[in-house]
Design a protein around this ligand. Structure first.
Ligand SMILES: Cc1cc2nc3c(=O)[nH]c(=O)nc-3n(C[C@H](O)[C@H](O)[C@H](O)COP(=O)(O)OP(=O)(O)OC[C@H]3O[C@@H](n4cnc5c(N)ncnc54)[C@H](O)[C@@H]3O)c2cc1C
Length: 436
């Protein structure tokens, strides 16, 4: 078994001079953490063992703890490394708001973090637009496109980065220091305790299936999604798509709305790609569980047709396309620790994945809040729940709009996109964009 302890990447002199925007971002993060972490009595633990999930959640959580002198060298992350290939497997659209928290957890600037994920020009959107799309026989037609975030186009704050999930996690791991990585996953809290580097460890379950907390409940709902990297053909993207702009094309189909999202993107495993697209549909797994292949085929057709109509072609589609069918957790926030184990994975998951760009946001924001609560002697689950309260609610509102009243969303979007996506989507700009 190879055990390694991370050392910080040398960022060089240029990266180490935070400017006024970095100070503003850090202050915004700290203000929120002060609100969410009520206690400040000092930590109950002297070490942490995190089991499962070599991803954004675990690396952000571990980085924040290991940056504190009391936990440096005493954070163990146990679980098999990610097996990487070109296929997209999880989230890609990382909100600027989430990036602020990751930078804080690492103690680096936003630019240092962004540069560690994709050196050079960052694939970023500073504006979001929406339209309806009618898809038939491999072609797509669009209703009038309209803005839902940053309609004046002046904002230079990052709203969304198009980063491969695993590249983001790997960058966080590279930038963090003092985390001991063990490649085998213990199967019980007792086995996890044996790995602790202190005498009062907190045991943390970040496994996908909840191995240490006896499995996880679901809401009965889930998501079907198809996602692929794109390259531009000809002179670049065509309307309704636009440079530095994320577009949400919505398709009303069979009594529901399929939610699309196309955004600038970069991925070292598909270097030709400059855009990314996803089509996602909420699924009632209790009654539609047998429709997996059919739903994924329709979503794939929509994904490629909308791309083609906007000047995009998929990059090596057979090798890169991701097709996901993922159950969602209950709508409510979880209770505190279960059997002495903190269920980090559940605490950071705000709702149905993949169609509101809030999964990695949950990982980054609630992961940092939970770590901060531990450092201050508070309840990590309560801090994570406070951090995600509005995001969990907005995820539910989006589900209600797309599943229960799709005709309202359709009509309004055709009539006036800014009105259709007013509350909570436009007003939530502070939970999408970087603070500066
Ligand atoms: C199709 C899809 C699209 C999504 N889009 C977004 C989005 O745009 N924005 C957003 O914020 N959230 C999105 N999410 C949710 C988001 O992916 C998760 O909340 C987030 O990945 C959790 O972060 P993590 O790195 O801790 O994940 P973990 O689950 O710990 O994953 C860690 C790594 O494991 C690998 N992995 C993940 N799933 C699998 C699998 N089934 N098989 C093999 N390897 C796997 C990935 O490489 C990933 O980097 C999406 C989820 C899905 C399924």
């Amino acid at each position: 078994m190879t055990i390694t302890t991370t050392e910080p990447t040398d960022l060089g002199d240029a990266g180490r001079r935070p400017g006024p925007r970095d100070a503003a971002r850090r202050a915004a993060v700290e203000r929120q953490l002060d609100r969410w972490c009520e206690s400040d009595t000092g930590t109950d633990y002297d070490s942490v063992v995190i089991v499962g999930g070599n991803g954004i959640t675990t690396h952000t959580f571990a980085a924040r703890l290991a940056r504190d002198p009391r936990f440096a060298g005493k954070v163990v992350l146990a679980g098999p490394p990610v097996t990487e290939d070109r296929r997209l497997k999880a989230g890609v659209s990382l909100r600027g708001y989430a990036a602020d928290f990751i930078a804080y957890a690492l103690g680096v600037t936003l630019d240092e973090f962004v540069d560690a994920v994709t050196p050079g020009q960052a694939p970023v959107a500073t504006r979001q637009t929406v339209c309806m799309a009618d898809v038939a026989d491999g072609t797509a037609r669009f209703s009038r496109v309209g803005p839902w975030q940053n309609h004046r186009g002046r904002l230079d704050r990052p709203i969304v980065y198009g980063f491969r999930n695993s590249a983001t996690a790997a960058a966080i791991a590279r930038l963090s220091a003092g985390v001991t990585v063990v490649p085998d996953a213990p199967m019980s809290a007792a086995e996890a305790r044996d790995l602790a580097l202190g005498s009062r460890p907190l045991i943390v379950d970040a496994t996908r299936a909840g191995d240490l907390v006896g499995g996880r409940a679901t809401s009965g709902w889930g998501i079907a999604a198809a996602q692929v990297p794109f390259r531009t053909v000809g002179d670049g993207v065509r309307p309704p798509m636009d440079e530095r702009t994320a577009l949400a094309p919505l398709v009303r189909r069979d009594g529901r709305i399929d939610v699309g999202y196309y955004t600038p993107f970069a991925d070292a495993l598909s270097p030709e790609a400059s855009w990314y697209g996803i089509m996602a549909r909420p699924i009632d797994l209790r009654t539609e569980g047998d429709r997996k292949d059919a739903e994924l085929d329709v979503l794939t057709d929509e994904l490629l047709a909308i791309g083609a109509a906007s000047g995009l072609e998929p990059v090596d589609v057979d090798e890169t396309i991701g097709r996901a069918w993922v159950p969602a957790p209950p709508w409510t926030a979880p209770e505190s620790k279960s059997g002495g184990v903190f269920d980090l994975r559940r605490a950071v998951t705000p709702g149905i994945a993949a169609y509101y760009a809030d999964g990695m946001t949950g990982s980054a924001v609630a992961g940092t809040a939970a770590a901060e609560a531990i450092l201050r002697g508070g309840d990590p689950a309560a801090a994570a729940a406070s951090a995600l309260r509005p995001i969990r609610r907005w995820n539910w509102v989006w589900w209600f709009e797309t599943v229960k009243v799709p005709w309202v969303a359709d009509r309004l979007t055709r009539l006036s996109p800014p009105v259709a996506l007013a509350w909570p989507h436009s007003t939530a700009i502070k939970r999408w964009s970087s603070a500066a």
